[in-house]
Design a protein around this ligand. Structure first.
Ligand code: HEM
Length: 331
């Protein structure tokens, strides 16, 4: 008797035969055409749920982009971020970088429920996260890229790794480079992907240190432009207000463009981790910030390329993992 996993594997192989891909389109076992036969409506369903969710709440695009990033940096892009805690493990949702901060779980649930109705047990939660990230960028005015597909879902989450692997907002440039290198991502990926901060919001707790005590001397970060700094202080008082929010790109917070990089040049980057891309004394990251600020097309091209690279971190393929029925629970 075949197990369901084996049947899915054979089906994947058959589809791979039906849609042979050139080596340039083969991303370590993932390929964009995967659901063309098994769930041709997949892309359409993801897009239609997102269109509605983002029209109701424009920030949702940013939240979904971030969800994919936080998934991929912890044991690979395997939807581990979506698992609720159970008796066997703590959830990644409760880890420091995610708690009271990550959003969008309900939108993923809605997409998954619709997909299960139309093509049961076919589209993984990890692939939904990758498609939702891409479509969120497109719906915000950013670049399109083909999403390699075929990630399967993990049967476990890793609370500790979520605390260790996801970079903190007060990171130095070397911390950032190290954490990205650990995932097989280089300095160009770091700068291009940080451009994801062209949309979305951050809580005061994520950048307050820069306003009041950047170096433990009760003084602000000197790189902050004066009027921007004053505006931030009015949103984030010395005490309290830690959950008040401010846009990561103050000029166009729901538009995916290269303004984030222009703002960095003007001393108007929100997080320390944004600022150090320019002032952290690494020539390569500094040059890339300038080049993306000057040329949006290069930023878009590099961003799309790095998203594919990030989306390809340690996927579960073949017989590993499972296709979850609900993204919040293992089967
Ligand atoms: C380079 C290291 C990074 C650091 C230190 C970092 C840190 C943060 C922090 C602290 C926030 C605000 C969280 C809060 O206050 O609740 C945030 C928001 C966000 N991050 Fe990052 N991030 C990084 C890289 C990335 C990458 C690679 C992406 C995607 C490609 C991304 C996409 C986003 C988005 C879109 C938001 C806004 C989310 C929303 O409004 O719900 N970030 N990030």
């Amino acid at each position: 008797m075949f197990s369901l996993g084996l049947v899915m594997f054979i089906l994947s192989c058959a589809i791979f035969q039906a849609f042979p891909v050139s080596s340039s389109n083969n991303y370590g076992g993932l390929f964009p055409e995967l659901y063309q036969i098994s769930c041709p409506q997949a892309n359409e369903i993801v897009m239609s749920v997102l269109e509605e969710a983002i029209s109701k709440d424009p920030r949702m695009a940013a939240s979904l982009l971030r969800l994919h990033f936080h998934d991929c940096f912890v044991q690979g892009c395997d939807a581990s971020i979506l698992l609720d805690k159970n008796s066997a493990f703590k959830s990644e949702k409760e880890a420091g970088p995610n708690k009271n901060s990550l959003r969008g779980y309900e939108v993923i649930d809605e997409i998954k429920a619709k997909l299960e109705q139309v093509c049961p047990h076919t589209v993984s939660c990890a692939d939904i996260l990758a498609l939702a990230a891409r479509d969120s960028v497109v719906l915000s005015g950013g670049p399109y890229w083909e999403v390699p597909l075929g990630r399967r879902d993990s049967k476990t989450a890793n609370f500790n790794k979520a605390n260790i692997n996801i970079p903190a907002p007060n990171s130095t440039i070397q911390n950032l480079i190290n954490l990205f290198n650990k995932q097989g991502l280089n300095e160009q990926d770091l700068v291009a992907l940080s451009g994801g901060h062209t949309i979305g919001m951050a809580r005061c707790v994520s950048f307050k240190q820069r306003l009041y005590n950047q170096k433990g001397d009760n003084l602000p970060d000197v790189t902050l432009e004066k009027t921007y700094y004053n505006g931030l202080k009015s949103i984030c008082p010395t005490s309290g207000g830690d959950n008040n929010i401010s846009p990561l790109d103050v000029a166009s917070p729901i538009r995916f463009d290269n303004t984030y990089f222009k703002l960095l040049l003007w001393g108007k980057g929100l997080l320390n981790s944004d600022e150090v891309l320019l002032t952290g004394n690494v020539k390569k990251t500094k040059e890339l910030v300038k080049s993306y600020a000057e040329n949006e097309a290069i930023f878009f091209r590099h961003f799309a390329k790095s998203m594919v690279k990030m989306g390809n971190i340690n996927p579960l393929t073949e017989l590993k993992g499972e296709i979850r029925n609900s993204c919040r629970r293992i089967n």
